[in-house]
Design a protein around this ligand. Structure first.
Ligand code: DOR
Ligand code: ZN
Ligand code: ZN
Length: 417
């Protein structure tokens, strides 16, 4: 069974401080007060920090339907490299996960192939019972091959689910490439921030029209603009059950990087300005951002070669903890905020019982990290085949990832039921 003893451990406790001692894991569960099991394997964690494994609430591992782009096995190996012990995978598969049958089929594949814990989002509109998935996802703009959900259907979706995640870009606000002659890299101009604000207005309108107690929890995915941060402040100040998620590429990269690098950095929503980056960095420190996901969205290198036809999406899993730890390293966030952003808040938001903290009785989902400035960058695993952060120097690296008490996670468990 998954028994393990971590000796010389220095772990991040729920109060945001580090505690020293021996971490005992029995049958995949943290038993802080028990003596080590005699026959359990021992891992010496001297010199490392033990933090909760990251919970990445937004990935696109592309299986079933587009395994050639990555697939569950490879995608969850990338997760392990980045210190991610749980992924919540998005439903825009080919075909989309919009029925109980398709959800059951995808669940079966994850049960067989996932090396980390997992939960699944379904695609709205969804035909099926209201349980067994992390959220219903709304795309207000076309995503991959999927048509967008019209604002007219928002209220219906909000009434049908307990938790809704939303891609807030209003397709009717997009501009044609032909409007930007002489600018071959105009993706960010074609999807202006006004399309985001109009999507937010539609969301607020539809949610506000439902009696308070009947509203679902709402997660605003991949926040990229200062306007979304202001909107989050506004709805949170009214007491609305709305959570904000952002991704490393929105605080590490700008539209200038996209124009310089090209289609590899073509992503939806597009990369924004330095002013947005500054606003996001402040929101990571003090709110209203609640958690960090990767929106890991691999496409094949050959698909990403041509600007006009390149699908949007960039990989992120293998860089998850190193990128967030850079925020700690630079003093932008403290350990307590690190804990909230990488595991605790996503566990609370999506109801992942027994996960997200290093505490007696919780599942042993852990990342062992160490400060090693100049250490080699994470090995490239993703099917996307490129590193979106080639110039980044990392001060921290992920030494080991433990899933349910097993080193380098042999098999994941479903975390949303
Ligand atoms: O850039 C993106 N890629 N944005 C999305 O909303 C979807 C994703 C994908 O599935 O490739
Ligand atoms: Zn999206
Ligand atoms: Zn996404």
């Amino acid at each position: 069974m998954a028994d393990l003893t971590l000796k010389n451990a220095r772990w991040l406790a729920p109060d945001g401080r580090f505690q020293d001692g021996t971490l005992v894991i029995r049958e995949g569960v943290l038993r802080l007060s028990e003596p080590p099991h005699e026959r359990a394997p021992v891992l010496d964690a001297a010199g490392m920090r033990v933090v909760p494994g990251a919970i990445d609430s937004h990935t696109h591992l592309r299986e079933p339907g587009q395994e050639q782009k990555e697939g569950i096995e490879r995608g969850t190996r990338a997760a392990l490299a980045g210190g991610v012990t749980t992924v919540l995978d998005m439903p825009n598969n080919a075909p989309p996960i919009d029925s109980e049958e398709r959800l059951a089929a995808k669940r079966k594949l994850f049960a067989q192939r996932s090396r980390v814990n997992y939960g699944l989002h379904v695609q709205a509109p969804y035909q099926g019972a209201g349980r067994g998935y992390a959220s219903a996802k709304i795309y207000l703009a076309r995503s991959s091959a999927l048509p967008a959900l019209g604002p007219g259907s928002l209220q219906e979706v909000f009434r049908a689910h307990r938790c809704v995640t939303v891609h807030a870009e209003d397709e009717s606000g997009f501009l044609p490439a032909s409007g930007f002659p002489g600018q071959p890299r105009s993706h960010h101009l074609q999807r202006p921030r006004a399309a985001v604000t109009s999507a937010l207005a539609a969301v607020e309108n539809a949610l506000g029209s439902i009696p308070f107690k009947e509203r679902p929890r709402l997660v605003l995915c991949h926040v990229s603009t200062a306007e979304e941060l202001a909107w989050l402040e506004h709805v949170k100040s009214m007491g609305w059950d709305v959570w904000g998620e952002t991704c490393p590429h929105y605080w590490r990269l700008t539209e200038d990087d996209y124009v310089r690098v090209g289609p590899q950095l073509k992503v939806n929503p597009p990369l924004r300005t330095q002013a947005d980056v500054d606003a996001l960095l402040s929101a990571l420190a003090v709110g209203p951002i609640d958690f960090i996901s990767t929106d890991h969205a691999p496409h094949l290198p050959q698909e990403k070669a041509d600007e006009a036809s390149a699908p949007s999406g960039i990989p992120g899993l293998e860089w998850y903890l190193p990128l967030v730890l850079e925020l700690v390293e630079s003093g932008r966030i403290g350990w307590s905020r690190f804990l909230e952003l990488t595991s605790r808040n996503a566990a609370r938001c999506f109801g992942l019982a027994g996960r997200g903290l290093i505490k007696e009785g919780m599942r042993a989902d852990l990342a062992l990290v160490s400060r090693r400035p100049g250490a080699p960058k994470p090995a490239l695993i993703t099917g996307a085949g490129y590193d979106p952060y080639p110039d980044a120097a990392f001060s921290w690296c992920v030494e080991r990832t433990i899933v349910n008490g097993r080193i380098e996670g042999q098999a994941g468990e479903e975390v949303v039921t």
